[in-house]
Design a binder for this molecule. Structure first.
Ligand code: SF4
Length: 365
């Protein structure tokens, strides 16, 4: 147990993740870099990767669990230079997706109370943030430990004076229903949904034990697009899950192609020891996963381009960010727009989109 955290000078905390093989490798790399880069500091490791593989982090001054981590980071101020305030509303997931290690290592749902969340929002407002992103391991499960629902939280936040725009980080398909959409319709919510669909093939979805099928996904997407104009819809997809042959992949591909997705994160499947799917092995060859990944990436690049072209001439608010000489900001519907001019960081400005290329979007005040 880490006792006198506040007494330790030069503390480095490495927060690790093991959701994919890649995340685990990156975590380990960051940890080793920190040991080298900060030889005079105490390097503490925390997070899920060191819970699953403590031996890999044995060089740490101390390995602490997620509960201790949460109590430490409570006292750390976010960087007010950032445009968005990430507000963790819950931790943990108790779903049973067969490929996922998260529900094995963080299966206890712990939600912040509405009062605590409001307090953090007041704090973010006082720091000048114009956007708050609600995050968690599975925010659709918010409140089940408190007898609450995500909608209760959203309703409770509505009354906050000068509430910044709210973005939902990622919502599982099974939580997208008419009630949620209705609640979000009259809200200062970003027109942006991120939905971890993972696949759109019924057989693969059932092997993943996701608890929905492609027909449900279709209904959810229709519901969203019927209710919001110019909505951005992102998705997560895993390619190469055991049993995904060409036919199953094409079902996912065609689903993405024929539905209004605008952004996509594509992950090659990596078996995680300790999960149910681990026993299925990893039969899809790496090269094949790569091919599927690029097919989806190319598809979404084109869809994103078309989406942005349809926004030409329309106006949006962006929160100014600066990077080197470039001034840009995100619209509520998740388009990064570059603008010319001299604007203060973190101010909200209204711009009109007047040029769109394959990779960039330009606007003017
Ligand atoms: S819902 Fe998400 S976090 Fe929960 S078990 Fe499934 S993949 Fe993991």
């Amino acid at each position: 147990m880490l006792k006198n955290f506040s007494d330790i000078e030069n503390l480095v905390i490495v927060n690790t993740c093991c959701v994919t093989k890649e995340a685990e490798i990156k975590s380990l790399r960051k940890f080793r870099q920190s040991l080298k880069r900060y030889p005079n500091s105490k390097v503490i490791a925390t997070g899920c990767a060191c819970r699953v593989y403590p031996e890999k982090f044995s060089a740490a001054y101390q390995v602490i669990d997620n509960v201790q981590r949460n109590s430490i980071i409570k006292g750390i101020f976010p960087d007010p230079g950032k445009a968005r305030f990430f507000l963790k509303i819950e931790d943990g997931c108790n779903e049973k997706c067969t490929y996922c290690i998260v529900s094995k290592v963080r299966n206890k749902i712990e939600s912040k109370t509405i009062d605590n969340i409001k307090e953090e929002i007041y704090w973010a407002i006082s720091l000048g943030y114009k956007e708050i992103v609600l995050v968690g391991a599975n925010i659709g499960l918010y409140g089940i430990d408190l007898g609450l629902h995500l909608i209760d939280l959203l309703q409770a936040l509505k009354g906050i004076p000068d509430l910044p725009r709210i973005r939902l980080s990622s919502v599982e398909p099974k939580f997208i229903d008419a009630e949620l959409i209705q609640c979000l319709k009259d809200y200062p919510v970003c027109r942006h949904f991120h939905i971890p669909i993972q696949s759109a093939d019924d057989n693969i979805l059932s092997r993943m034990r996701r608890g929905y099928d492609a027909a449900h996904l279709k209904r959810s997407l229709d519901l969203i697009s019927r209710n919001f104009d110019d909505i951005a819809i992102g998705g997560d997809v895993i390619v190469g899950f055991p049993g995904e042959g060409e036919e199953e992949f094409l079902n996912t591909y065609k689903f993405i192609e024929s539905n209004p997705f605008t952004h996509l994160h594509v992950f090659p499947y990596s078996p995680r020891p300790g999960t149910e799917a681990y026993d299925l092995g990893d039969p899809v060859l790496r090269e094949e996963k790569k091919r599927r990944l690029w097919e989806l990436k190319n598809l979404i690049a084109e869809k994103n381009y078309q989406f942005r072209k349809n926004l030409l001439g329309k106006t949006f608010n962006i929160i100014v960010e600066t990077n080197a000489d470039i001034i840009s900001g995100l619209t509520d519907n998740y388009i990064r727009v570059e603008v010319n001019g001299d604007y203060d960081k973190n101010t909200l400005i209204k711009i009109k989109i007047n040029e769109v290329s394959k990779n960039k979007t330009y606007g003017s005040i």
